[in-house]
Design a protein around this ligand. Structure first.
Ligand code: NOJ
Length: 585
């Protein structure tokens, strides 16, 4: 294993790193030094009383976000949509979803964000549109329609769909259209037909739309499932799977043959024209593939969201189930990404988003050690090399929600999975607990602002259940409590902002085989910071003396226990889920 050293070459713009003994240039960039706060507008803040969050609601909370230490806001889709998949099914890219407000509200939001010296990035959903988008409405009119080729239409085979591909949201990825006697491809719901990126007119229309938003002054895009744009031209069948008539066509859709050509064109036509940030969501991407997308010199995007750490507790042999995960597995995945991108590209750092169960319930201890484990998780993740992404409510230590009945769920993926598992013969009593742990709705319950009815999210009837624990876990309490998760996040982001070694420094794992603690060093230009976090519910004595020199001049930058004993000759005593950050030189 090669340990890298990093030297500050040019204070203003360029850093020198060494990778496998070779020098490589790493450019400083605002988006590398930023913290991103993700908003799921539907569940953030409602000002009209219709039970659905809206843009004025976001404006009313900008100071809260700024105060936390975030620099960039990522808005999940706010475009016009029939909401089959809560905005990820867009029917008009140039209009705002009515429930959220108007274009004027959007312009006001953008102005208010910029006034606070923050930036705003939008979700870009261009693998598919809604079936209510004008392009699809035209496309399905006839085989000869001028828009037919905007989507992926094929004739059936042997009385069924063109191939056996499954949708990410259960069932076949093909929907039959009787009027034209053909099937269209939808990798998500049948109301989300996939666009045909082979068609240059589709690409040109999408690029025009992107420039339209960038001309309005937005600061970049989070790109939805962007590595799925290029499908294998022959659309081959997947190998058959037991008990699954519709296998996911990952090998024929992810990182397909023309993906780099499409993104290269997007770069020339759009991205290069603006000083923006981009992050591409990419299922099934390896670190080596990711480097091709985000390489400092030759890449098209700035960062990717990979899913490797999000899969650690998923049991793929039993749909919807979870499995026990090991700390060493988590470390192996994150270390691999740190190592692979070092000196070549840039990582995104996330444990939460609108598609994932809450991390404190998943990787921490949401009951007895909620605050401790939420803060330990944030520390070990957000001080790695990469840009931190915080998902609304994560900074409060919000937890999974105890949904009691299927009728309480709203997410189309959850509802489809439930039906699919029933059809496959699973018993209701086995399905429900799995759904409770895995559903995306765990992340979509309303933001918990205070202990008033509906957590202060709405004065009306919320579109989805409010987590009953809002009386204890809410922003008002957290802002006032110096020991809250929120106030810890503030300190964490502040030390990251004031210590460039925590942004750009070399990353070196410590005690990689330990199942008890996650620890590493960050090093740059003679400066060194040591980060350690316990993942145990019992106190621990950890000996780091062979790998870390904790000298007398060490400085404790941060800890999530008010007064834990210090260390003695490299033996650190840690309370349950205790985390510490030391400057050691
Ligand atoms: C990924 C998004 O994060 C998810 O919410 C959505 O359902 C799918 N892409 C389809 O757009």
């Amino acid at each position: 294993m090669d340990w890298f050293c990093l030297r500050l070459k040019d204070e203003l713009s360029v850093l020198l790193q060494h990778r496998n003994g070779e020098e490589c240039i790493v450019k400083r960039a605002w988006w590398k030094e930023s913290v991103v706060y993700q908003i799921y507008p539907r569940s953030f803040c409602d000002t009209t009383g219709d039970g659905i969050g809206d843009l004025p609601g976001i404006v009313s909370k900008l100071d809260y976000i700024k105060e936390l230490g975030a620099d960039v806001i990522w808005l999940c889709p706010i475009y016009q949509s029939p909401n089959d998949d809560n905005g990820y099914d867009i029917s008009d890219y140039f209009r705002i979803m009515e429930e959220f407000g108007t274009l004027v509200d959007f312009e006001h939001l953008l102005e208010e964000v910029h006034k606070r010296d923050m930036k705003l990035i939008m979700d870009l959903v261009v693998n598919h549109t809604s079936d209510e988008h004008a392009w699809f409405v035209e496309s399905k009119k006839s085989r000869g329609s001028a828009y037919r080729d905007y989507y992926i239409w094929r004739s059936g085979k042997n009385g069924g769909p063109p191939n056996n591909w499954g949708s990410f949201f259960s069932g076949s990825a093909w929907e039959y259209h009787a009027e034209t006697d053909q099937y269209y491809l939808h990798l998500f719901t049948k109301k989300q037909p996939d666009l045909n990126w082979e068609n240059p007119q589709v690409r040109s229309d999408i690029f025009t739309m992107m420039r339209w938003w960038l001309d309005k002054g937005i600061d970049g895009f989070r790109m939805d499932v962007i590595n799925l744009l290029s499908k294998h031209p022959d659309l081959p069948d997947m190998p058959a799977e037991d008990n699954n008539p519709h296998p996911l066509p990952i090998p024929y859709t992810a990182n397909g043959p023309k993906i780099h050509s499409y993104l290269g064109e997007m770069k020339t036509e759009v991205l290069d024209l603006f000083p923006i940030m981009t992050v591409g969501e990419m299922p099934a991407v390896t670190p080596e593939e990711a480097v091709q997308y985000v390489h400092e010199e030759s890449g098209t995007l700035n960062m990717v969201f990979h899913f490797e750490h999000m899969s650690l507790d998923m049991d793929f042999s039993r749909p919807g189930e979870v499995k026990k995960w090991k700390l060493t597995d988590l470390k192996a995945v994150l270390d691999k990404w740190q190592h692979s991108l070092h000196g070549r590209g840039w990582n995104s750092l996330y444990f939460n988003n609108h598609d994932q169960p809450r991390s404190v319930s998943r990787f921490g201890q949401a009951k007895q050690y909620r605050v401790e484990s939420a803060t330990a998780l944030a520390t070990i993740l957000f001080l790695q090399q990469g840009t931190p992404f915080v998902y609304q409510g994560e900074e409060l230590g919000m937890t999974n929600c105890a949904f009691e009945r299927m009728e309480e769920y709203r997410d189309v993926a959850t509802l489809n999975m439930y039906q699919q598992l029933l059809a496959l013969g699973y018993a209701e009593e086995d399905i429900f607990p799995a759904i409770q742990r895995r559903s995306r709705d765990n992340a979509r319950t309303p933001m918990q602002w205070d202990d008033s009815p509906n957590a202060g999210f709405t004065t009306g009837k919320p579109w989805i259940k409010v987590n009953p624990n809002y009386k204890e876990i809410n922003a008002k309490q957290a802002v006032e409590d110096p020991d809250s998760v929120y106030n810890y996040y503030k300190k964490l982001f502040s030390i990251r902002r004031h210590n460039r070694v925590l942004v750009y420094g070399d990353y070196q794992p410590v005690l990689p085989d330990s199942e008890d603690v996650y620890a590493y060093l960050r090093t740059m230009d003679g400066e060194q910071v040591f980060i350690i976090g316990s993942f145990r519910k019992r106190p621990l004595e950890v000996d780091v003396s062979t790998e870390v020199k904790l000298g007398a001049d060490r400085e404790l930058l941060l800890s999530n226990y008010p007064s834990s004993p210090d260390q003695d000759n490299g033996i650190i005593h840690l309370e349950p889920y205790e985390t510490r950050v030391y400057r050691i030189s």
